[in-house]
Design a protein. Structure first.
Length: 426
């Protein structure tokens, strides 16, 4: 069981109602009181983990303040206070059933000290408009075209989308959020004094002008206490005349999650655009220049890399590039055809055997238990559901991607040769 006491607030300092919300309420999350998330096309959500088919607003049409207290957000807050589940939040609920440390748990842990903000919630769900945690995907600008991604979050996917589907996407190649070019920036400046944390993702944040604009503003204001968290493909560490490693050294808390799903040729296939030697060299450079900055692998674990990811984790530990706990198990839930629970039982059993050995190696080295619990929860999850009906789609899509990109998945991932030979009927 996860420790639900917030990092910066003790239970004894809370009212009974506040403690109940943070520990016993299976719906409550701090984020709707202090946060809004936005896609590059303007669609707004309570957080980055919300179901993308249920946006709560559009930042290309309305201001952050208007979306923050619109009818959908107010109802979501009312539901949470009553312990009623929300359709936007099912990914967290799904993960929690298997023991994952969901974003809801994480948000209550890291932002629970703001529980007093809930006291001002009006009867209709209206809350004070204060943004303490920022996660706006300013654009879909990206230099990669990862297999688990698409055009909404990668401009580099545009041409492949046309080749695969026969027609262009319903949006421009590069999208930027906001009613005008400076709209989100100007709204952000009004809230800057309140900010506790920025989460940078994309697209690829380390090639975005907006990312460096924020860091320079924080630097000018000497706001080094603000926590910086990244999800990056880790391919570029410089932007024009700026070196992000030097900038990171100025801040008190920086966490860099590198989206690396596999190593070597496997990694290059899963995240098209990757040059594996560059990734390794960037990590070595980071260790040399800013060794105190937190770095971890944030691997999106789906069917394709499930039999390799434990080898990748252990190898990077043995190479001295990460410590055993520095691995975030990011469960792939969408797109459905890439999920691990598509696999026939004999292949799930192969994963189980391999991961159990990995957990045995890991658990005494992982005092934080983040990595260990990720693998343990992943094992529970793959047996809890059977999505094998979607396995034919995995084969169809994989072969289509291979044809468009002139790649051969089975040669790069020989561990799946038996799966293709036995179950691919096309």
């Amino acid at each position: 069981m996860w420790d639900k006491e917030p990092e910066k607030l003790k239970f004894k300092q809370m009212t009974r109602k506040q403690k109940e919300l943070l520990t016993r309420n299976n719906s409550f999350c701090m984020l709707p009181w202090m946060h809004l998330h936005a896609f590059p096309d303007g669609r707004a959500y309570p957080c980055c983990f919300a179901q993308d088919k249920f946006p709560v607003g559009d930042l290309n049409k309305n201001s952050l303040a208007e979306v923050f207290n619109n009818d959908k957000m107010k109802q979501l807050r009312k539901n949470m206070l009553k312990g009623v589940t929300n359709r936007e939040c099912v990914k967290c609920y799904d993960q929690e059933k298997s023991g994952f440390f969901s974003l809801r748990y994480s948000s209550n842990k890291h932002f629970g000290h703001n529980i007093g903000m809930v006291n001002n919630t009006e009867e209709d769900g209206t809350a004070d408009f204060t943004i303490k945690y920022w996660d706006i995907r300013f654009s879909n600008l990206c230099n990669f075209a990862c297999r688990s991604c698409g055009t909404w979050f990668s401009s580099n996917w545009y041409e492949d989308h046309i080749k695969i589907t026969g027609s262009p996407p319903s949006h421009a190649k590069i999208m930027r959020v906001g009613r005008t070019a400076n709209d989100i920036w100007l709204q952000m400046l009004e809230q800057f004094d309140h900010v506790e944390q920025f989460y940078f993702a994309g697209g690829e944040p380390l090639i975005m002008e907006e990312h460096y604009r924020i860091l320079k503003e924080l630097d000018e204001r000497k706001m080094y206490h603000v926590r910086l968290i990244y999800n990056t493909n880790f391919s570029r560490l410089k932007f024009k005349d700026l070196d992000v490693l030097e900038l990171w050294n100025k801040f008190d808390s920086v966490s860099v999650g590198a989206s690396l799903d596999a190593e070597g040729p496997r990694g290059e296939l899963m995240r098209t655009g990757t040059k594996w030697n560059d990734i390794v060299n960037n990590r070595k450079k980071m260790i040399e220049i800013c060794p105190k900055v937190d770095f971890y692998i944030s691997a999106t674990v789906g069917l394709l890399n499930s039999l390799h990811v434990s080898d990748f984790h252990r190898n990077w530990v043995e190479l001295g590039l990460i410590k055993p706990p520095d691995f975030n198990f990011n469960l792939l839930q969408y797109p459905t055809w890439q999920r691990m629970d598509l696999l026939p039982i004999e292949f799930k059993d192969q994963i189980k055997e391999k991961w159990k050995k990995h957990i045995q190696w890991l658990m005494h080295k992982d005092l934080l238990t983040r990595a260990t619990k990720g693998f343990q929860s992943g094992l529970d999850w793959i047996y809890r559901t059977d999505n094998s009906e979607h396995l034919p789609m995995f084969f169809r899509k994989t072969k289509k991607y291979d044809a468009v990109r002139n790649e051969k998945t089975v040669e790069i991932f020989p561990e799946w040769k038996e799966l293709f030979e036995k179950y691919d009927k096309n």
